[in-house]
Design a protein around this ligand. Sequence first.
Ligand code: PLP
Length: 452
Amino acid sequence: VTADYRARDAAHHIHAFSDMKSLNAEGSRVIVRAEGSWIWDSEGNRILDGMSGLWCVNIGHGRKEIADAVQRQMSELSFYNTFFKTTHPPAIALAEKLAAITPPQFNRVFFVGSGSEANDTVIRMVRHYWASLGKPDKTVLIARKNAYHGSTMGGGSLGGMTSIHSQGGLPIPGIHHIAQPYWFGEGGEMSQDEFGIFAARELEKAIDAIGEDKIAAFVAEPIQGAGGVIIPPATYWPEVKRILDQRDILLVADEVITGFGRTGNWFGSETFGIEPDLMSIAKGISSGYLPIGGVMVSDKVGNVLEASGEFHHGFTYSAHPVTAAAALENLRILEDEKLVERVRDDIGPYLQSRWQSLADHPLVGEARMTGLMGAIELVPDKRSRGQKFADTGRVGTLARDISLRNNLVMRAVRDSLIIAPPLTLSHDEADQLITSARKTLDDTQAELKRLG
Ligand code: PLP
């Protein structure tokens, strides 16, 4: 069965973010079923999903309540748009619910189909906002190196990944990238607190160099996810706030990963005391059961948008009734089962302390985690933070592949391993995750010795 799947996949399917030549030579793993924190492949292996799919399956896999809600909505109204002075109950209820669970400045949402579309919408919306206020020159968006904000022309441009920029002629004009607050990799001799201030002041320097009158917004994830779970030093966000409080520049939080409980609050902005003007949301809004995202719009921006006539922007699947119904049921589960509180008070602290215990391993330079998103930095010599493996990424990829053989999905970013398990993870599953992760570190170390 697996060989047949692999042959057909190799013949016809181009995978996202994959080197198809080497993948097809090796053969894909075929995932056939999932439940709770576990996925099963076509060979019958049961694998702990340490990445919640792609940072999205916050309520765990296979919840029948979502399937039922989707089926009910499909039978009632499977599609209608919101372009023709029309709306429908699932869009209304979801917009109202989002206004209730997001920070108080947010009372409106613009629906989209994905995180990339959310960030494309942000680019157009902030420029439209300033133009509506008679400041059409405020067009530049400042974002951060190594950030991931999506794969569309806008999202890929806002993101700071050079691998993405190098294909397809990105970034589009008017996007500027500053350093990320990555103390472990880039902090040099500075303390974490000193480096947090230093990294935040990169923003101040960029504003002064470009000119405040040209800048529309600063866009950042509260914790950079795909960039490597870059948890900023405690001084970073307060310093960014101090800088932006003195300037007429919008703050946009990309909460595509950090939203919906991942960091132990409903939104990462709350965990770090950030007060954004816009928030991009996706992934955990529906736990990935169906594709939906949005831009949360503060009253400051929303009142200007409302006063300024038509915003010529939208998607066929903006406010899709069935994806909205899936999101609503997902939010009900998050709320009724107190999953956000569980990350803050129970499974979060439990997994964090167990994860941090991996720092005693000879291969590990740092183990960090906030809420349920964490990373371990693999290093050749743990006494020297600055020293890196030659051929960046080789050891991370090796460890990731070994982890999968140990039935745990971890993702490699450069030479670090990252996890973001479902918010429903049990204590027993957390213990199994740590046991597999430690075995992966031991196996990787043995393999490195063997390779010399
Ligand atoms: N923003 C962040 C922070 C993300 O992590 C991602 C996806 O991983 C996106 C945006 C893009 O979302 P999507 O893949 O739904 O387009």
